[in-house]
Design a protein around this ligand. Structure first.
Ligand SMILES: Cc1ncc(COP(=O)(O)O)c(C=O)c1O
Length: 443
């Protein structure tokens, strides 16, 4: 933890392209007050240039060590078509975890060879969709191989490339539910099945191979990748020695964290590179590997900081024990605090008046006492009508939102070069109701 000086905090905000100008909060050089008034709240605001910047930063770091690399954006983090188009225009590839995500990629003009489909608990329908559309499947269980091969045969498609998700047993993540490796975890195949899996894949006719891990999400200390990567590289070496396989790609998954709290430093990309890319390069240089493509699959790292939620305070409640600031965004809008106990920094959009510091729970409007977006936050005294910005909402924000309590999901606004563009309409009540069918006897 570093010394939390005022300058440091300003720098922390600037890193996310947030700053106060004449006491008004600006995001990507656009006034948050103007955005809130123009589009109404709650609303997701997304900063195009920050997504491009994060992609370039990561790409440069990888390319400085190993040229044959690909960044596959994990679209579960943010599947807005405009965001996918932005990343596609930067040269990104994509990680999909469902056929719906593949469909979304196609709608954004992304081609099948840019996608790896890392699902789990695949159905035959999932396989059919992927194989028909020439999307590479990354299997999650040995038992799925037979069914996938059958789908290829039934569709008369040539079995080209396949990959397995390997569970290296060393997981990490910001919450127990985001740790995705370990003996008791549902994902991937363990070490003891790896040889059998690739042997069988060869036998049923697959010709090209990749490997994959994803150990968890929200990893801010790159050394938390150490053990998993070490084990993974050992498994791959053993695989190559035993089966005479050459690998098209070796995928290290995502998981790269971001500093949600002001006392957190950004992920040290140089250290991450040392651990992931250098280890991989040593493996390749040892021989037997034909320059496979190095893949990583970040979601959060690319989009989390590039989005804020603007919300308005409607209620200041002092219940005699505690102060609550009630806002119009709840866990329907951003579920991470409720689901994982996650911290999202919350700041006022206007600090023009000198106000005393007060400690609040920032509460959403959902009818559950767990609907607290920020606990025990010390802020300049708040008033009904004030706007607040909830930071770092661009990953697992909108994609995990819901219409619980029949509250329509908010609109999304893209800001770029001082302009703002609505990239998703807010839902209406009729949108929420539109798939319901009333049987005749109830009409
Ligand atoms: C297979 C896979 N790859 C990549 C990611 C992206 O993770 P993150 O957003 O932490 O980078 C996830 C997240 O759940 C995942 O399951």
């Amino acid at each position: 933890m570093r010394d939390k000086t005022k300058m440091d905090y300003k720098k922390w905000l600037r890193n996310k392209e947030l700053k106060y100008r004449d006491n008004i909060l600006y995001f990507a050089d656009v006034s948050t007050i103007e955005l809130a008034e123009k589009y109404s709240t709650p609303i997701y605001i997304i900063n195009e240039q920050l997504i491009r910047k994060r992609y370039k930063q990561l790409k440069d770091v990888l390319a400085s060590e190993y040229k044959r690399n690909e960044i596959h954006f994990a679209i579960k983090a943010n599947s807005n078509l405009s965001i996918l188009k932005i990343l596609n225009s930067e040269g990104a590839n994509f990680d999909c975890s469902s056929t719906g995500e593949i469909y979304t990629c196609f709608k954004a003009g992304i081609s099948p060879e840019q996608i790896i489909y890392t699902g789990n608990m695949f159905t035959d329908e999932d396989f059919n969709f992927a194989v028909k559309n020439d999307v590479l499947v990354n299997l999650d269980s040995l038992s799925q191989l037979k069914r996938l091969a059958m789908v290829y045969d039934n569709l008369g498609k040539e079995k080209n490339a396949i990959s397995f998700r390997i569970n290296p047993e060393f997981g990490a993540g910001h919450h127990a539910h985001t740790i995705t490796a370990g003996k008791n975890i549902k994902f991937g195949i363990l070490d003891n099945q790896v040889i059998e899996a690739y042997k069988k894949a060869k036998e049923v006719g697959f010709k090209k191979f990749g490997t994959h891990i994803h150990i968890g999400s929200g990893i801010l200390n790159p050394h938390n990748f150490d053990k998993a990567i070490h084990k993974y590289l050992g498994i791959i070496t053993n695989l190559a020695d035993t089966l005479d396989i050459t690998f098209e790609f070796i995928d290290f998954g995502g998981g790269l964290g971001i500093p949600y709290r002001p006392e957190e430093e950004p992920l040290d990309l140089q250290v991450y590179k040392e651990i992931v890319v250098k280890g991989f390069k040593e493996l390749v240089e040892k021989g037997g590997f034909d320059e496979p493509i190095l893949i990583i699959e970040p979601g959060r790292y690319l989009t989390a900081e590039a989005s804020i939620i603007l919300a308005q305070i409607n209620t200041i409640k002092n219940n005699g024990y505690k102060m609550f600031a009630g806002i119009n965004a709840g866990f329907n809008t951003l579920i991470r605090p409720m689901m994982y106990g996650s911290y999202h920094h919350i700041i006022p959009c206007d600090i023009s008046q000198e106000r005393e510091k007060v400690t609040y729970d920032i509460a959403g409007p959902i009818c559950e006492s767990g609907d607290i977006i920020g606990k025990e936050r010390e802020l300049p005294e708040l008033n009904e009508g004030d706007y607040l910005a909830i930071l770092d909402a661009g990953a697992y924000g909108f994609t995990m939102s819901s219409s619980y309590n029949s509250r329509p999901r908010p609109a999304e606004i893209l800001v770029n070069n001082g302009q703002s563009y609505k990239i998703r309409e807010a839902e209406t009540f009729d949108d929420i109701l539109k798939h319901q069918i009333i049987p005749d006897h109830l009409k």
